[in-house]
Design a protein around this ligand. Structure first.
Ligand code: C5P
Length: 228
């Protein structure tokens, strides 16, 4: 299975001007934990990290320090996650029929979840890891923040990565998005907009996306428990 890791974001919501994936988490850069999980997943044969070229040197040093048993390929990032994944799809080898996409920022993913998604994508050409939401979610008016709608929580799931797709179909969805100027925050949304089914695979509560300093503290705690 081919795995693309979008890692070309900035650290704005983390409160810094550096890529948050280079921040230190239990004595390793955050992205190193994601790469170790990918390396331990039996299903993954090919890994592509999508990153801004001015960070490649630093990232290559991180990869070489980890002593991974698989080569890691580098693909240039875009201005948005959507653009980064588009670049990633173009950087896949011709032999890639299915792909898993996993955000570099979800550094606590288990190798078992990656393997479960890799196995399920043969059955479902569009799938995502997700978990039921714990909070009641409100849809609001953007300016006034007045509540418009409360969707029934029993039907709400929080999207995670890995997300797995048939490569040819996902490429077509990305091209359609460019033509229609759709802007989305995950790849499943492009499948949905194209009228294609996307299946949920049960994700993990600990598979959080490290976005804010609080997430970083929680990730630190979880890793401490795992490696105690
Ligand atoms: O910003 P956010 O945390 O939602 O980003 C999700 C993932 O997408 C992160 O791993 C981030 O590095 C990546 N990303 C990217 N290219 C961008 C923006 C975000 O690869 N331009």
């Amino acid at each position: 299975m081919h795995l693309l890791i979008p890692a070309a974001g900035s650290g704005k919501r983390m409160g810094g001007d550096r890529n948050k994936l280079l921040l230190s988490l239990r004595e390793k850069p955050l992205l190193a934990w994601t790469l170790l999980a990918a390396n331990a997943a039996q299903s993954i044969q090919w890994v592509g990290v999508i990153a801004q070229p001015d960070e490649w040197e630093e990232l290559k040093a991180i990869v070489s320090d980890l002593g991974l048993n698989r080569a890691v390929h580098f693909i240039p990032g875009g201005k948005t996650r959507q653009e980064s994944v588009h670049n990633g799809l173009n950087g896949l080898p011709d032999t890639a029929e299915q792909v898993l996409i996993h955000d570099g920022a979800r550094c606590l993913v288990s190798p078992a979840l990656i393997d479960r998604c890799a196995s399920a994508v043969h059955q479902y050409p569009g799938l995502i890891a997700a978990i039921p939401v714990k909070d009641t979610i409100k849809q609001v008016l953007p300016n006034t923040r007045q509540i418009q709608h409360t969707p029934d929580r029993q039907f709400l799931w929080a999207a995670q990565t890995p997300q797995g797709f048939d490569v040819t179909t996902l490429r077509k969805c990305h091209e359609e998005a460019r033509r229609q100027r759709w802007a989305v925050t995950d790849d499943a949304a492009l499948f949905e907009k194209c009228g294609l089914p996307v299946q949920i695979v049960e994700g993990e509560e600990t598979n959080l996306k490290v976005t804010t300093p609080v997430d970083l503290a929680i990730a630190d705690f979880i890793l401490q428990q795992r490696h105690a």
